[in-house]
Ligand binder design. Sequence first.
Ligand SMILES: *[C@@H]1O[C@H](CO)[C@@H](O)[C@H](O)[C@H]1NC(C)=O
Ligand SMILES: *[C@@H]1O[C@H](CO)[C@@H](O)[C@H](O)[C@H]1NC(C)=O
Ligand SMILES: *[C@@H]1O[C@H](CO)[C@@H](O)[C@H](O)[C@H]1NC(C)=O
Ligand SMILES: *[C@@H]1O[C@H](CO)[C@@H](O)[C@H](O)[C@H]1NC(C)=O
Length: 482
Amino acid sequence: MNLYNFLSILLIQFVILLPKIYVECRNPVEVDSHYSKVHEFINDKKSQGTRWAVLIAGSNGYMNYRHQADVCHAYQILKKGGIKDENIVVMMYDDIANNRENPKSGTIINNPHGEDVYHGVPKDYIGRDVNVGNFLNVLLGNRSALTGHGSGKVVSSGPNDTIFVYYSDHGGPGVLSMPMSKPLYADELNDALQKKHRLRTYKSMLIYVEACEAGSMFEGLLKPGMNIYATTASNATENSYAFYCPGEEPNLPPGYNTCLGDLYSINWMEHSEKYNMMTETLDKQYAVVRRRTMTKGSILGSNVIKYGDLKQLGSQSMYTYIGTNPGNGDNSSLKTDLESFATPSHYIDQRDTDLAYYQQQYQYAPMGSEKKTKAWQRCQNALQQRSYVDDSMDLIGKFLYGSNEMATNVMKALRPAGQSLVDDWSCYKTMVETYEKNCGPFSRHGLKHMRSLANMCNAGVKPENLAKASDYACSTLRKRPL
Ligand SMILES: *[C@@H]1O[C@H](CO)[C@@H](O)[C@H](O)[C@H]1NC(C)=O
Ligand SMILES: *[C@@H]1O[C@H](CO)[C@@H](O)[C@H](O)[C@H]1NC(C)=O
Ligand SMILES: *[C@@H]1O[C@H](CO)[C@@H](O)[C@H](O)[C@H]1NC(C)=O
Ligand SMILES: *[C@@H]1O[C@H](CO)[C@@H](O)[C@H](O)[C@H]1NC(C)=O
């Protein structure tokens, strides 16, 4: 088969696949229209301790450019807001700025205008030091645990201090990914937050999470009374969206074949760098970001959700956490802000950014080049990997439940809002390990299937049963001709 045959197959697959992947659409939920009164920032100032921040990108690889770009951009906002480097911990793999594919070596941009956001970013934890253990120890201020890792910088906060945590990444049901190692599970995050609260080493905390199914990190898990306000890019059961992607309006500068940012992240950051954060409250930023991120007609977006001590903290100013750039415009009105926000034709589902990336690589490589063949192959591999994981879950369902219907009832079930993904997290982790041992890694696309394993735990399936089922399913699939 020559390249032209490959091309037609590839194009057909894109045509068939892409519409399918733009998951079900849904009417936007009404925006909470009640804004609490703006706090006197003078009061904030009096009792304000030190502002701390942890900024973490949980991915690596050029196709995930956007997560590290988001985090670098967040750093610039905090820096201009007056937060000192010694109080900002940055965790990022750091394989983007000097990547071979980067058209402007040594820089990272987070929007099509292309201002560099990489300069000055502290490289506290890079490469394999971006992992669960280090992240939790940074947050808990456990300096001794970090000896010999990265800069050793930790959030050594006291009882009057505030903490801002921002995480940008791929995620799945109850997990946030890490670049080269096991993911952060929701129970571990919430346990660490409870520990931090018991240690009385913060006054209040603001947590922003960009990831697919990000709501599952807090849904039914974040305990009230810990002075934490968290918002997530997506609810517990939906994907989140990339933004400023190739082939979309507004156009990217020439040479960029990867998405530059993520929708929720861009929305909070562009809001934060435009307005006076002394007069913008947490509730107001939430409302603006929620409104900008949600589905509008046929343009799919995601539901930004807030969790935690919303009543107690919602009227605090954003300034309490991220400071403010004295050059920012004066206080905004929500209405004019929304009017000034332009919407592109569509956003790319975070889980499909790999395909979009290969498609771009393919499209712009010279005819007959090795680069073109490689892009095609990588795309084929990604598609094959998707169907392998999908098929393996189907076979596991059949093995365990006999009928498809029975399997679907258990495996596709969604728990209602307010209930956590799974009751027994250790069962869930064992299930994930068991599957991956027999079938290989879930990979980005497969992350969504992890919910089926959580559901099995909730339905009393034992890891031993999954071990048999996944061994059967994946040994069957490996024997199947391609
Ligand atoms: C700090 O980390 C070390 C090593 O992981 C652990 O043994 C210790 O209990 C931790 N201390 C706190 C206060 O979390
Ligand atoms: C925290 O603030 C209170 C009230 O302003 C003050 O009395 C106290 O000394 C502060 N504690 C620390 C550790 O700074
Ligand atoms: C804007 O904020 C200032 C304080 O920075 C306040 O005095 C003024 O009343 C606010 N204006 C509006 C229209 O909210
Ligand atoms: C989460 O989002 C999905 C997709 O938009 C929607 O169908 C579902 O109802 C939402 N769930 C909750 C609990 O809001």
